[in-house]
Design a protein around this ligand. Structure first.
Ligand SMILES: Cc1cc2nc3c(=O)[nH]c(=O)nc-3n(C[C@H](O)[C@H](O)[C@H](O)COP(=O)(O)OP(=O)(O)OC[C@H]3O[C@@H](n4cnc5c(N)ncnc54)[C@H](O)[C@@H]3O)c2cc1C
Length: 388
């Protein structure tokens, strides 16, 4: 069986690896000058591939992902990567990385150990699917394949290659998309005054997301301040909640010192007594302490209430350039549970091109892997023919 995979990113490489090692004739088409550019930038250069807490509630569409996770639980994914692919893994808490802790080493290994062909700088213009297979129009040529798989990713971080450039072609074939939007991004805020001085400061905090006064969700983590807003894993997750639910007036409340229990106003009075003049600097780094004092003076909000919660009104997100995953994409109603098109024969879709996105922590690469494995099983099963 001859299979064309369009997009040599994470899911395309995972699928190619699964198929080529079972003897399939695989050709990967990549429009950039090298394969796996985004994969090699993941996890701050370490590639957070899996998560021990893999579960459907970490995704936007739990009912679609649930049977997939049932079939490919964390233990099975881990075994496959370590035993079948020969890539030892390393855990840091719930997060799981290649033991090299190098996304570049992992990407190079995947590319290097492929038996399939990778065609770089290749432009796919269109395709025609019929009863017997697919004709691919690329680079001024037409070429025949038994199957074509689209693994072109979302629109996030286009500098790594995924820019939605084939979406128009797929729309032309009648596929329904949910509008792609940036997910897992920094949040831009209205209260920018004074932020420049604390740009780069990180604090542990409980973050509450509110809309019109109602709490939407709440998560503990590290908040990183920027001159125009907030960043960090917990903020990234909140940005996706905001984008998915089209909230009207989102407010992020930062509650510093999440481990403190009790009346913060009373504690502040005690700290003041114990260390007059320097009480805030014993709790926070000096620049953050000054920010709180200055914001309290400027806004009239008491220091006690600021230490209890610092409100920031949402003004926007970092756009696709700063986004880690795309919300939206081809609707899951367009595909079968094994990632085949319901609209056309011999056409399939995997990875972030689909309207599936997860929170931070390895869940998006896990989906790229699970979707590739599920489709590989389906294609290999068809190649072998029905069991007698
Ligand atoms: C900076 C950063 C860090 C991240 N870190 C993590 C992490 O640690 N853990 C995690 O789980 N997720 C992480 N993600 C998200 C994760 O990388 C993606 O969800 C995952 O790569 C999606 O895989 P994919 O194969 O669907 O798409 P991609 O990896 O984007 O691959 C798509 C490929 O298709 C190619 N392509 C696009 N259009 C065409 C075309 N018209 N013709 C030919 N080729 C085309 C692209 O060039 C690209 O190579 C991170 C994302 C970013 C941006």
């Amino acid at each position: 069986m001859r299979i064309a995979i369009i997009g040599a990113g994470a899911s395309g490489l995972f699928l190619a690896r699964a198929l080529a090692h079972k003897g399939m004739d695989v050709v990967l088409f990549e429009h950039r000058e090298s394969a796996g550019k985004k994969l090699m930038a993941t996890g701050n250069g370490r590639c957070n591939l899996l998560n021990k807490r893999l579960s459907s509630d970490c995704y936007n569409d739990p009912s679609f992902v649930s049977p997939l996770i049932h079939e490919f639980p964390f233990s099975r994914l881990r075994k496959l990567v370590e035993k079948d692919w020969g890539v030892p893994l390393y855990e840091i808490g719930e997060y799981v990385y290649p033991a090299s802790l190098s996304a570049i080493a992992f990407g190079n290994y995947l590319r290097g150990s492929l038996d399939g062909e990778i065609r770089l700088d290749s432009k796919v213009g269109d395709y025609r699917a019929d009863e017997d297979g697919v004709t691919l129009f690329h680079d001024g040529l037409r070429e025949r394949f038994d199957e074509v798989v689209f693994a072109t990713g979302g629109m996030s971080a286009p500098k790594f290659g995924s820019d939605g450039s084939l979406n128009k072609v797929l729309l032309g074939h009648g596929y329904q998309f949910n509008e792609p939007r940036p997910g897992l991004t920094p949040v831009l805020v209205k209260e920018r005054e004074g932020l420049k001085a604390i740009s780069g400061v990180r604090i542990k905090a409980l973050v509450r997301l509110l809309d019109e006064g109602n709490e939407i969700c709440c998560e503990e983590g590290e908040v990183l301040f920027r001159k125009d807003g907030l960043s960090g894993i917990v903020i990234f997750n909140m940005s996706s909640y905001i984008a998915r639910r089209s909230l009207k007036e989102p407010v992020l409340e930062i509650l510093p010192l999440p481990s403190l229990e009790g009346d913060r106003g009373e504690m502040l009075s005690r700290w003041k007594e114990a260390s007059p003049g320097h009480y805030l600097e014993s709790i926070f780094v000096p620049s953050f302490a000054s920010y709180l004092l200055e914001r309290s003076r400027r806004t009239g909000q008491t220091l006690e209430s600021l230490i209890a919660r610092i409100p920031f009104h949402w003004e926007g997100n970092g756009g696709f350039d700063e986004s880690t995953v795309t919300i939206g994409g081809i609707r899951t109603s367009e595909i079968t549970s094994d990632f085949r098109s319901k609209r056309e024969n011999h056409v399939s879709f995997i990875g972030e091109l689909l309207d599936i996105d997860g929170i931070c922590g390895g869940f998006n690469l896990s989906f790229a892997l699970m979707s590739a494995l599920k489709l590989a099983d389906s294609l290999l099963g068809e190649f072998r023919g029905p069991a007698l």
